[in-house]
Structure formats: C-alpha cells, structure tokens
Design a protein around this ligand. Sequence first.
Ligand SMILES: Nc1nc2c(ncn2[C@@H]2O[C@H](COP(=O)(O)OP(=O)(O)OP(=O)(O)O)[C@@H](O)[C@H]2O)c(=O)[nH]1
Ligand SMILES: [Mg+2]
Length: 454
Amino acid sequence: MKQVKKARELAEELQELLRKKAGQIFEKYGIDMGEITSSLKWKPLVLIIGNYSSGKSTFINELLEREVQRTGQAPTDDSFTVLTAPEEGESEGDIPGPTVVADDNLPFTSLRKFGESFLSHFLIKKVKSPILQDIAIIDTPGMLDSVTEKDRGYDYLGVIGELAGLSDLIVLMFDPHKAGTIKETYHAIRKTLPAAVGEDRVVYVLNRIDECESVPDLVRAYGTLCWNLSQMTGRKDMPHIFITFSPVGRKITPELEVWLNEREELKKTIATAPRMRLFHILQEVDVKLREAAIIAEALETFKSNFKKRLKSIWKTAAVAATGGFLFGDVLMKLIFGFPSTTLLEAILKGTFSISVLLWPSIWALVAMALTALYVQRFSFPKFVKETVDNIDSLCKIDSAYKGDLWNRVKGKVKSMIEKDARHLLWMPHGRFYKRLNDMVNKDLKKMYEQVRTA
Ligand SMILES: Nc1nc2c(ncn2[C@@H]2O[C@H](COP(=O)(O)OP(=O)(O)OP(=O)(O)O)[C@@H](O)[C@H]2O)c(=O)[nH]1
Ligand SMILES: [Mg+2]
C-alpha cells in the first residue's frame, strides 16, 4: 500500500514539474500535456498472457492462494478478467465490461473502442486476497493460433497491446509444446510499449516443465524458446526466462525439485509491480520530454538553416545595395539626364552636400526592398517546401532510440512547419531544447535515483 501511495505522490510531483517547467513549451508546440495520472492513477497492473492451457489461471490461483479462476485442459477462459480486492466495506463480486470502461476512475476507458463483443468478454472480479491489496492481476484468454484468432469477434491482439501499455509487468507464459505462438503476442505488446521501455516490463515464463519427459526434452524446449525470443527482440543478450511448473497436487521428483525455487522467484518478481509502477510513471514523462526535446531540436535546425540561407541572400543584397548606392544615380544621369550632380562627382569635385545622397539612398533602399520581397515571396516558401519534402534532414539520428523518437514526432514537426513556418522562426527553440534536456538529465535523473534507492 505504501508503494501505491508513493506512486500517486510521484505522479503528482511530476505533473507539477511538467506544468511549471515545460507547460509553456508544450503549449507552444501544441502538445497535449494530458494527465500523467489518468492511466496510471489506479493500482499497479500485472498482465498475464500466453498460449492457451499454459497454466496462466492456475498460476494466478496460486498467487491469490484461492481457487478463483477456472482451469482446464482445453481453452478455458474466454474473458479478460481484472482481479482486484474489494474496497473496505465492499463485498466480493463482478463488474461487467461496459460498466468498467465507462468508469473514469478506472484506467480502462480506452478499451471502449474494441466494441460490444469485446466488452461482453471483459470484467472486473473483486476477490479478497492479500496480494490484491497492492496490485491488480489480469487473466486473459490464451492465444489460440492465428487462424482461429480471427473468429473471436474482436481484435484480440489489439486488446492485448492496449492492456500491455497500461501494465507495469507483463508475464508472457508458454508451455513447452506451444512456444510458437509467442511471436504474434510479442509484436502486439511491443507496438504499444514506449520505445524507452526496454524489456524490463516483460517477464518470460516457460511453464509446465514437469511435462518434459527428460532433461534433453527440457533443454530442447528452452532452446526453441530462446531462439524465438532472439529472433523477436533483436537483442544479443537473452532475457531471464523463468523455468517453472505448478507444484500444487503434483509429485515432486528430484529432477523437478531444483526448479521449485524458480516459482518462488517468479512470485517475488510479480510482487515488484508497485515499484515498477514508479518507473513506469517516470518513463512516461521521460518519453514525453524527450519527444518535445526532439521537436525543439528539429525546429532549431529549421531556424538555423533558414538563417544560413538568408545570410547568403543578404550578402548578394548588400552588394546590390552598395552598387545602387554608388552607381544608381550615375545610370539615371546617363539615361534621363538627372540628377545634375551624382554622388561620385560630388566626392571627386569636393562639392559634397546632403542632397546628393537622395538618389543613392533610394537605390540602396530599393535593392533592399526587392530582396525582402524576393525572400518573402519566393525564397522562404521554397525553403519551407524543400524542408518539408526532406523532413529527415532536420534531425541527426545517432542512435536507434533517437530514430524511434523521431519517427514518432516527425509528422507533427512537418505539419507545424506547413501550418505556420513564419511564426516558428520567432520561437527560442534552442532554449526550449536546453530546458527540456535539463529536465531529463537533472530533475528526472534525481527522481529515478530516489525511486531506485527507495
Ligand atoms: N502438468 C502441469 N499441468 C499444469 C501446470 N499448470 C497448469 N496445469 C494444468 O494445465 C491445464 C490448463 O491450465 P490453466 O491454468 O487453465 O491454463 P490457462 O493458461 O489459464 O488456459 P486458458 O485460460 O485456456 O488460456 C489445467 O488442467 C491445469 O491443471 C503445470 O505446471 N504442469
Ligand atoms: Mg485461464
């Protein structure tokens, strides 16, 4: 409970920091500051997904220390069930999906978009259990294969992805026989997790290993899973895979006994969800600030590119203005016969007076005015078009992470430039960039440190 309160306090502290230091920038860039707390205001969430009959519901019952979820050999669950404890004074019971998604105090309103046929397969179940005081656990229908997946009547992987985005821990559970379906599930969750969130939110579990007939059998199943994972994550290192089985009512042979500890470790990891929630909140803000910083960086480049272009135009203009100043009146005298004394003549004869400056000044001004008109009418619009056509030139991508961020914001940068390029030239993007970076590197770092050592 302490961690849950801490998460709420942290969210509020961050909201305040954003408002104070980045509010003006977000407003200028038209970024919706939103409420960080909106999706994170409820309990820390643990999502349990994996293939059917991999033992998800059995494991959940173990965590709850009660037989709450139905288990069985064929595909058993066809519903997404959020398990949570009743509030004080409340009794146990179910809340149907349509009521859940209509409740603004719960973080599930975004699931409304998956439609009626999903909502009839979604519910909250309030059950008394010590672990549910601090976290909520989501039991899900198991993955079938991709062909039958289409018959569910709603976008199953979409729902999984959406829930993954809300969750603080995601347990991916597979049994040795069906590790093949892991790929689709993984892609579905990866799509909605912020790029910054490494694999730290995902917990991999190879379950039901008691069914492996021999050690080589187990090694082979583990090897297959590792191979699948490395193909998907593109990581060189292998995430930890919990190798477990449900010991309840099972004969524990000496070969199995060595794995009992893994089950306990897995349960301990689940219990870290409230702490993961704190990181989750920080990561959310971190990503938001980095996205804004990259917008600032790109717009600063836009501005400085234009300044460079302008500089070379004005150099030509200065030459033209000087020419006009010195020789404009000479040309006029040759063609039209006036003024009677040109500036150069006056200087050479020593008869200089203010009046001989009139025409040279007019010529210089005309040259300047024509340049300004040229810039406004032709040069600037052309520059804007070139930039929009080659929007990637605004961002120097020096890491895959930065590339990801840029891909997410470049559409916005493009439309900002298309809509109001002139206005953007007057904003202090460089200063914004520095401020946002300072927030990431100082304020957030300090908070990460606090959470780490808490
Ligand atoms: N041998 C063995 N059987 C298990 C283990 N865990 C669960 N089971 C059994 O496997 C069957 C399926 O377990 P469930 O917990 O219902 O699996 P699930 O992942 O919730 O399945 P769905 O809800 O259909 O997706 C049940 O009969 C369980 O008793 C395990 O570690 N070893
Ligand atoms: Mg189940």
